[in-house]
Design a protein around this ligand. Structure first.
Ligand code: AMP
Length: 305
C-alpha cells in the first residue's frame, strides 16, 4: 500500500547568515517524500513542475524510490519558485518572493491505482488543493496535514473544513496561536483538537515538538546542534519522517506515535545541517539509528537516586 504525498515541488533561493543558494531543490512534497523514503516504500509524490525542472532532481528522487507518476510536468511553464532570507536567529525568516508559475493552475490528479491508499500526507499547500486530494481517495485512514501562516491568514474557513477530515495536524507554535487566538499553547492545543484532528503536533523550532492526543501530552526534545546551515524544509522533513515511520509500522499505538515524532525530529536534524535537500540525500539506516538513540540519551533520566 502506497504512501501518498502531495505538496509543492520547488526551486528555492535561500540566504542565511552563512551562505546562499539559487534555484536549488525544495518544496514541501520534496522534503516529505525524501524523509519518508528512508522508512517506507513506495512513496508516491503528487505535485507539479514546469519543463525547466532539472532532470538531475528527477533522477535523484527516483533513486530514492519515490514514484513520480503523479508529478505533472507542464510544457511551457516554469517551476514554482520561492525565495527566503534567514536572520541571525534562524527561527525567523523573511519570504523574499513566491512565484507560483506552474502551481497557479495546479489540479492534483491521483493516478487511479493509488486511489485506495490509506496513508496520505498533505504537505503545505493551499487547503482547497489538499481537500481535492482527499476527495479522490476512496477510504483514507491516516491523514497527516501540515500548513503555514499564509493559509491560516487567508483561507481559514477552508482550512477548518479540511481539519474535520484530518487525523494528525502539524503546525508550529506561532501558527497554533494564530489559528486559535489563544496565547497559551496547552489551551490552544485543546481548541485545535476540537476542530477535528485526533492527534496534534506543535513544532517549536529548535526547541523540539509537542504531541497532544486525547489522553497524552508528550514532549520531544530537539537535537542539540552546533551548526545549522539552512532550516528550510525542517518542518516538512519532520512530517516525512513521522508518517514514513508509521507507514512502515502499520500500527498506530501511542508508543509508535511517540517514536515517530523522534524519527521526524531525527530527519529534521539531518535536513538543517546542509542547504536544500543535500542533508537528506545520502543517509543510511545506521546513521539514522545512531542519531535516534542520541535523542533518547538527551532526554532520559533516572527517577530515583
Ligand atoms: P518549511 O521550511 O518547512 O516551512 O518549508 C519550506 C519549503 O516550503 C520551501 O522549500 C518552499 O519551496 C516551500 N514553500 C514556501 N512557500 C510555499 C507556499 N506558499 N506553498 C507551498 N510551498 C511553499
Amino acid at each position: 500500500m502506497s504512501l501518498l504525498v502531495v505538496g509543492s515541488v520547488a526551486l528555492d533561493s535561500v540566504e542565511t547568515p552563512f551562505d546562499k543558494i539559487e534555484d536549488a531543490l525544495g518544496g514541501s512534497a520534496t522534503y516529505i517524500s525524501l524523509a519518508a523514503s528512508y522508512f517506507s516504500a513506495p512513496v508516491e509524490l503528487i505535485g507539479v513542475v514546469g519543463n525547466d525542472f532539472p532532470k538531475k532532481y528527477i533522477d535523484m528522487l527516483e533513486q530514492h524510490n519515490i514514484g513520480l507518476e503523479g508529478l505533472q510536468i507542464i510544457e511551457g511553464e516554469k517551476t514554482f519558485r520561492w525565495g527566503g532570507k534567514y536572520h541571525y536567529d534562524l527561527n525567523f525568516r523573511d519570504t523574499l518572493f513566491t512565484e507560483l508559475n506552474a502551481f497557479q493552475n495546479f489540479n492534483p490528479i491521483i493516478p487511479e491505482k493509488f486511489r485506495k491508499a490509506k496513508y496520505i500526507c498533505l504537505g503545505n499547500i493551499d487547503p482547497i488543493l489538499q481537500m481535492k486530494v482527499l476527495d479522490q481517495v476512496s477510504d483514507p485512514q491516516f491523514v497527516v496535514c501540515d500548513t503555514m501562516n499564509l493559509w491560516i491568514n487567508t483561507m481559514k474557513n477552508d482550512l477548518l473544513k479540511l481539519l474535520k477530515r484530518v487525523t494528525v495536524f502539524i503546525l508550529n507554535d506561532s501558527e497554533a496561536r494564530m489559528l486559535t487566538e489563544e496565547p497559551n499553547l496547552i489551551k490552544a492545543a485543546k481548541q485545535i483538537r476540537q476542530m477535528g484532528p485526533e492527534i496534534l503536533i506543535i513544532k517549536k523550532g529548535e526547541h523540539g515538538a509537542m504531541l497532544f492526543t486525547e489522553d497524552t501530552i508528550f514532549s520531544a526534545p530537539a537535537y542539540p546542534m552546533e551548526m545549522i546551515l539552512d532550516p528550510t524544509g525542517a518542518g516538512d522533513t519532520f512530517a516525512g519522517g513521522f508518517i514514513g515511520y508509521l507507514h512502515h509500522k502499520r500500527e498506530l499505538n501511542s508508543e509508535n506515535i511517540k517514536r515517530a515524532i523522534i524519527y521526524g525530529s531525527t530527519m529534521a536534524s539531518f535536513c538543517v545541517e546542509q542547504f536544500s535537500t543535500n542533508g537528506l540525500e545520502n543517509l543510511s539506516y545506521l546513521k539514522i539509528q545512531d542519531r535516534f538513540r542520541e535523542f533518547k540519551k538527551i532526554s532520559n533520566f533516572n527517577e530515583t537516586n
